[in-house]
Design a binder for this molecule. Structure first.
Ligand code: SF4
Length: 444
């Protein structure tokens, strides 16, 4: 979501005459749009700020910090780096031109260079999209769930939904501009509309979006507690909704899930993904896991490992637990030693790599519709994503970037799949359902 907000910052400042530059050393204004969800991301920002401040003592440029870290650590940032010129919160991007002009005017009091509001709305921003074939569209912001380890409700506020009209208008506009794929964004998209019943629910929104003739629709992220059968059925019936579900589980142990305030059990999670696979053929389910949550024992961790066996995820994003100041779990002793967390993380990665490879082998010799995303310079091949979000490498010409083509899968490894394009080039067969005019689903 931050990367989409950054597109909003770029678009807004472009309206005020600023241009993006490739080299930070040539910038008049440097802005960090930060994330505070993980300690690692935060440390990276502090490291970068430290490097930059050395240069700031010698050359003149404005330095601003925004996003989650500014929202929840304003005092710490200003105390540690008084050289920061301006700070803005998670819903204060529209204030940026004013903050920058105040800094340029030199006269402003430091407090006039800080804008941190209580997050309670969704900013309307003139997004300057980095891709001309894949677009992100925000549908909700914030989250009302308060998982014990998570800073999001504090940094981004309670969940707010955008109106279906605004969403459909934006998806229609990008479709008219020739975009091939839209990613509907929210911290917890399945809870869409719960803050405003007039908006309907997520299944209803998906149904409306799927009638826009954009070839591919994805969404992220979902919460297992809020996922409904209606959403799964909508995914199955609309031809342009891709067969990928990112469903963060976080742990395989019920004891830890309860401590995390996740509000589902391992059995409920497994039943949900079994249902999802029955409803949506060829569904690829991916997940997030945390290892080393306070009090996580070897028995708890072995339940996370066995969850991998049972769930057969396509891929897993695993993180070592780190306490986030201000969250509920930050009050608990961080009692799993760092080396144990690292060992558990490596065990998850090792086992998951094998599982992912076994799952990918099932795709060998199949034809897949692939949206070509770019050139892998190292491999000298193109790369793209299948509808189920798996990456494929294949030889081809750069002119194919942004197109949806058919690729035959020939090789599976622990990394990406490898394949070849059909000659002459074949675009996936069109087979819309429910009146959707779109490509692909019939091609595999
Ligand atoms: Fe954070 Fe996701 Fe839990 Fe919301 S549902 S509090 S965003 S982990």
């Amino acid at each position: 979501m931050n990367s989409h907000k950054t597109e909003g910052i770029a678009g807004l400042l472009a309206q005020f005459g600023y241009e993006l530059c490739d080299d930070i050393n040539g910038a008049d204004v440097v802005i960090f749009n930060t994330c505070a969800v993980r300690e690692k991301a935060e440390q990276k920002v502090y490291g970068k700020l430290g490097e930059l401040l050395q240069r700031k003592r010698k050359s003149r440029f404005l330095l601003g910090v925004g996003g989650c870290m500014a929202q929840v650590q304003k005092e710490k940032l200003l105390r540690r780096y008084p050289e920061i010129d301006f700070l803005f919160g998670t819903t204060d991007i529209n204030k940026l031109p004013l903050l920058i002009s105040r800094c340029n005017g030199q006269a402003a009091d430091k407090k006039d260079r800080v804008s941190i509001s209580q997050p309670c709305r969704i900013e309307d921003l003139p997004y300057r999209r980095r891709s001309n074939f894949q677009a992100m569209v925000t549908i909700t912001e914030g989250c009302s769930h308060f998982c014990s380890f998570c800073i999001v409700p504090y940094a981004k506020g309670l969940m707010r939904s955008r109106s279906p009209k605004e969403i459909i208008d934006e998806v229609t506009e990008i479709t008219t501009q020739g975009y091939k794929e839209v990613l509907l964004l929210g911290q917890n998209v399945d809870a869409y509309g719960r803050d405003n019943p007039e908006y309907g629910d997520f299944a209803g929104l998906l149904s409306q979006v799927s009638k826009v003739p954009i070839p591919r629709i994805r969404f992220i992220s979902s919460h297992p507690r809020d996922m409904t059968i209606s959403v799964l059925e909508e995914m199955a019936s609309a031809a342009n909704i891709c067969e990928h579900l990112h469903l963060p589980c976080q742990s395989g142990s019920d004891r830890i899930l309860t401590a995390m305030n996740r509000m589902y059990t391992r059995a409920q999670f497994l039943a949900l993904i079994t249902n999802a696979r029955e409803i949506i053929p060829r569904l690829n389910i991916t997940t997030d896991l945390i290892v080393g949550y306070p009090t996580e024992s070897e028995d708890d961790f072995s339940l996370t490992l066995s969850l991998l066996e049972e769930a057969r995820f396509g891929s897993v994003f695993v993180a070592k637990y780190s306490p986030r100041p201000g969250t509920m779990s930050a009050n608990l002793p961080d009692d799993v030693p760092t080396e144990v967390k690292e060992e558990r993380l490596q065990k998850v990665l090792r086992r998951q790599r094998q599982i992912a490879r076994e799952e990918k082998e099932k795709l060998l010799a199949q034809e897949a519709a692939v949206l070509v995303e770019g050139m892998n310079r190292q491999e000298g091949t193109l790369f793209g994503r299948m509808r189920d979000y798996r990456t494929v490498l294949f030889p081809g010409d750069e002119s194919l970037i942004g197109e949806i083509i058919t690729v035959v899968i020939e090789e599976s490894s622990t990394g990406s799949l490898k394949g070849r394009t059909l000659q002459p080039l074949k675009t996936p067969e069109r087979r819309g359902k429910k009146g959707s005019r779109c490509e692909e689903r019939g091609s595999r």
